[in-house]
Write a protein that binds this ligand. Structure first.
Ligand SMILES: [Zn+2]
Length: 47
């Protein structure tokens, strides 16, 4: 097996605006898998 760079992609929690569903993903999902609503990164504070 070759070494894989595990640090290149960090999993972050993304929360659906519409239904509050939380998805763990490396990249921001386009749509909520439950309701197709907009997702936001929970680690990013909203001003
Ligand atoms: Zn949703």
């Amino acid at each position: 097996m070759r070494d894989v760079d595990q640090n290149s992609a960090e999993v972050s929690p993304y929360e659906c605006f519409a239904c509050g569903n939380v998805v763990l993903a490396e990249n921001a999902p386009d749509r909520c898998p439950d309701c197709a609503g907009q997702m936001r990164n929970r680690r990013t504070p909203i001003e």
